[in-house]
Ligand binder design. Structure first.
Ligand code: DX5
Ligand code: ZN
Length: 223
C-alpha cells in the first residue's frame, strides 16, 4: 500500500510559505494539508480561500483541505473551483452528511469524513460507500503540536477493518501528533495517509523530516 505524507501548513512559517512548501515538496510530500478553522466548531481561527489560492499558485501538489467549520457545505463549490483535491469535513458540523459527500464527489474532489476522538466509527458505517477518505483525528482538533492520543491506534484498526469488509478503497488518513515516535503505530494499524505539522515544519529541515517520516513507517510499523 502506498504511503502519503501530508504536511500541515498550520505549522508552517507563513512569512516563508513558498520556501516551506518547496522544502516539503523536495522531501517528497504527497499532499498539502490545510486546516480551515472557524472559531466555532473548534476554538481557533485560521485561514481559508486566500491561503488556498496562494498555495495553488506556488505548488502543484494536491491540496487536502480539512474543514473544522460549521456548515462546511457552504464551501464545496468554491473549493472545487479553487482546485482543491480533497475536501474533508466533520459529521457533527452539518446535517445532511451523505448529500454533501455526494456533492463533493460530483465536483471531482475526494470526499473525506473526519472522526473526532469522541466520534464513533458508526458515523462512517452509514456512508462508507460515499466516502473517498476517512480522517481519524488522533488529537482533539483545533491546534497543532498536541500529543497523539493512544486510543487512536485501535480506532484506526477498526476503521481499516470496516473499509476492508465493505471493499472500500478509501484512503485512511490520521491527523494529530504524528511524529517519528507515533507514525509507525498508525501505519501498522492500517493508516496510509499521514498529516504532520510540527514534525515537518517544526524541524529546521522540512525536506529531511518528510523523508524520515516516510522511512519510519517501514522501519517501525510492520504490516
Ligand atoms: C489539528 C489539525 C492538524 C494539525 C496537526 O486540529 O487538524 O492538521 O496541523 O498538527 P501536528 O502534526 O503538530 O499535531
Ligand atoms: Zn488537520
Amino acid at each position: 500500500m502506498s504511503i502519503r505524507i501530508a504536511p500541515s501548513i498550520l505549522s508552517a512559517d507563513l512569512g516563508r510559505l513558498s520556501e516551506q512548501v518547496e522544502s516539503a515538496a523536495a522531501g517528497g510530500a504527497d499532499w498539502l494539508h490545510v486546516d480551515v478553522m472557524d472559531g466555532h466548531f473548534v476554538p481557533n481561527l485560521t485561514f481559508g480561500t486566500p491561503l488556498i489560492r496562494a498555495l495553488r499558485r506556488i505548488s502543484d501538489l494536491p491540496i487536502d483541505v480539512h474543514l473544522m467549520v460549521e456548515r462546511p457545505e457552504h464551501y464545496i463549490e468554491e473549493y472545487a473551483e479553487l482546485g482543491v483535491s480533497v475536501f474533508t469535513f466533520h459529521p457533527e458540523a452539518t446535517v445532511h452528511v451523505q448529500r454533501h459527500l455526494a456533492r463533493v464527489r460530483e465536483l471531482g474532489m475526494l470526499a473525506g469524513l473526519a472522526l473526532n476522538p469522541g466520534t464513533p466509527v458508526a458515523h462512517l458505517e452509514e456512508v462508507v460507500g460515499d466516502v473517498g477518505l476517512v480522517l481519524v483525528m488522533s488529537v482533539n482538533p483545533g491546534f497543532g503540536g498536541q500529543n497523539y492520543l493512544p486510543a487512536s491506534t485501535d480506532k484506526i484498526a477498526r476503521v481499516r477493518r470496516l473499509l476492508d469488509a465493505r471493499q472500500s478503497a478509501a484512503a485512511l488518513e490520521v491527523d494529530g501528533g504524528i511524529t517519528m515516535a507515533t507514525i509507525g503505530k498508525a501505519y501498522a494499524a492500517g493508516a496510509d495517509t499521514f498529516v504532520a505539522g510540527t514534525a515537518v515544519f517544526g524541524e529546521p529541515d522540512a525536506a529531511g523530516a518528510v523523508k524520515a517520516l516516510r522511512a519510519a513507517c517501514s522501519v517501525r510499523g510492520k504490516r
